[in-house]
Design a protein around this ligand. Structure first.
Ligand code: ADP
Length: 197
């Protein structure tokens, strides 16, 4: 099994590049942003709580997200591996993921971080907001809050995987093909190391 954590700030291209990765490597995509938006749009009581947090650019509590991840991993027992997109976003989530995967005799193979500077992120997210319809993509102060939440709460997750020798950073600036080619190189190398025998 190859379990990839695709990592990076909001707007760094995680979702877009995940599609390319699925096409080439056939992993199961698990995006906590997508799962949370589905719950948010369901109109449930939980969905309304989630809406309040997401629309203001804040994180949803760890336990809520972990529950969703657990259910979706269990649903895909035959997967060749997962792409965790938007998760883990805190070091608590990262430690939880290690434990949950260990219960299945699995582990994170590689954490691949897309490196994009804050100015480029703001431009990209506002551009995406014109078509995504996402409230959190359309307001500059909410976008800035998401970027600052990323720096404060999410960036430390890099050190978590770096300490395990699993962290690789990829330049996220360039055409979609250029960035994907960098991702493929990193994944192929990691696959050779982890899964060749
Ligand atoms: P982006 O990468 O553009 O921020 P996502 O779709 O990954 O978009 O996430 C959208 C929002 O969903 C986040 O701003 C946050 O409120 C919530 N969210 C997604 N994943 C997590 C997570 N792992 N932990 C807590 N909140 C999350």
């Amino acid at each position: 099994m190859f379990n990839l954590v695709i990592f990076g700030p909001p707007g760094s291209g995680k979702g877009t590049q995940s599609e390319n990765i699925i096409n080439k490597y056939g992993l199961v995509h698990l995006s906590t942003g997508d799962l949370l938006r589905a719950e948010k749009n369901s109109g449930s009581e939980l969905g309304n709580k989630i809406k309040e947090l997401i629309d203001n650019g804040n994180l949803v509590p760890d336990s809520m997200v972990e529950e969703m991840v657990k259910k979706n991993v269990a649903k895909n027992k035959d997967a060749a591996g997962f792409i965790f997109d938007g998760f883990p976003r805190t070091t608590t989530q990262a430690a939880w993921l290690d434990n949950m995967l260990a219960e299945h005799g699995q582990s994170v193979t590689l954490m691949l971080a897309l490196d994009v500077d804050d100015n480029e992120l703001r431009t990209r997210i506002l551009e995406r907001g014109k078509v995504s319809g996402r409230a959190d993509d359309q307001n500059v102060s909410i976008i800035d809050n998401r970027i600052s939440v990323y720096h404060q709460q999410t960036q430390p997750v890099m050190d978590f995987y770096s300490a395990q020798g699993k962290f690789v950073s990829v330049d996220g600036i360039g055409s979609l093909d250029e960035v994907f080619s960098r991702i493929s190189t990193a994944m192929d190398q990691s696959m050779l190391q982890c899964c060749s025998n």
